[in-house]
Design a protein around this ligand. Structure first.
Ligand code: UDP
Ligand code: MG
Length: 308
């Protein structure tokens, strides 16, 4: 029988892990497959670890718990879970039941029928989400897809069913700044999306503040496009062009006997130039920072205990 690994990143999910576990196992039991559930406790500050350890004691055959030494973020938790997974098939799910386990049998069926390597899921609505957040999300997808070689599907969730080979490919990418939505697509393979309406979390609250999302979007754009460099180039070029024309005009005016009383204009130009230089330096710094992260080759996470 083939093995399915379910990777579940958890951060302050004391209210949801039990409900999630029960709902998931109910579905898995109806399927003709062996399974392991890998919970990654991403430095929770509540009783999530105790809850997970209790599940592990109850169901040692199926449950594994990776306990991080601190909060490393969802991307690192995902990576740790994928690293530990042994399944012929691997799926990644949130602990809050926003990724409905009932979809798993359907995903397997689609995968088998169409010979896919990956079956992903995609929200067709964002109901229950703040309007402003949805708007920014849409702009983000528009922007990133205009400038990347890979198509990052709007509304695609991390919830996906993958064959072993796809997981191995993802794991072969060891970069530090991980943007899974991009990595999953970057590796290629035959992929298909199931669509569903947004589901609200069963309990607890979202771990993503608005600014955390902005940071996440920035990471995606910087990891996958060189658009910010292009903006710097464009803005810098525009400002330099305008000031060159202005200087030329002033030169002509003074040559034709007019007085050039344009100290304020020059000050404005200087400020503009200074600003544009600062802007490009800032953007370069962003890339430099990323390069520095890669060069340092730090581990992505530190496991304190692995209950297996
Ligand atoms: N999560 C995590 N580490 C973090 C933040 C979130 O492991 O630093 C987990 C969280 O426990 C959940 C999943 O990532 O299982 C998605 O988080 P959440 O539901 O808060 O995000 P949303 O669904 O609102 O985008
Ligand atoms: Mg959620």
């Amino acid at each position: 029988m083939s093995l399915l690994s379910v990777v579940v990143p958890c951060y302050n999910e004391e209210e949801t892990v039990d409900i999630f576990y029960r709902a998931l196992v109910d579905v898995l039991k109806t399927m003709d497959i062996d399974y392991e559930i890998i919970f990654v406790n991403d430095g929770s500050k509540d009783t999530t670890l105790e809850k997970l350890k209790a599940l592990y004691e109850k169901d040692r055959e199926h449950v594994k718990v990776i306990d991080f030494s601190r909060n490393f973020g969802k991307e690192s938790a995902l990576l740790a879970g994928l690293d530990a997974s042994k399944g012929d098939y691997v799926t990644v799910m949130d602990a809050d039941l926003q990724d409905p386990p009932e979809y798993l049998p359907k995903m397997f069926k689609v995968m088998e029928e169409n010979g896919d390597d990956v079956v992903g899921t995609r929200r067709v609505s964002r109901k229950g989400e703040p309007k402003i957040r949805s708007w920014f999300a849409r702009q983000f997808y528009k922007l990133i897809n205009r400038y990347t070689e890979v198509e990052i599907v709007d509304g695609a969730r991390d919830f996906r069913l993958m064959k072993r080979q796809v997981v191995d490919s993802i794991l072969s990418l060891r970069e530090y700044g991980r943007f899974s939505k991009g990595l999953f697509v970057w590796v290629g393979y035959k992929c298909e999306y199931l669509e569903y309406e947004n589901v609200e979390r069963v309990a607890g609250e979202t771990k993503w503040s608005f600014w955390k999302l902005v940071r996440y979007a920035m990471d995606g754009i910087i990891e996958y496009t060189d658009m910010p460099l292009w903006i710097a180039f464009w803005v810098g070029g525009f400002i330099t062009g305008i000031s060159a024309i202005a200087l030329l005009v002033m030169l002509i005016l003074s040559l034709t006997g007019h007085t050039v009383t344009s100290a304020s204009l020059i000050i404005a130009l200087v400020l503009f130039m200074g600003g544009s230089v600062l802007l490009s330096t800032g953007i370069l710094g962003e890339y430099l920072g990323k390069t520095y992260d890669e060069v340092r080759k730090r581990p992505h996470y530190i496991v304190k205990t692995f209950y297996e």
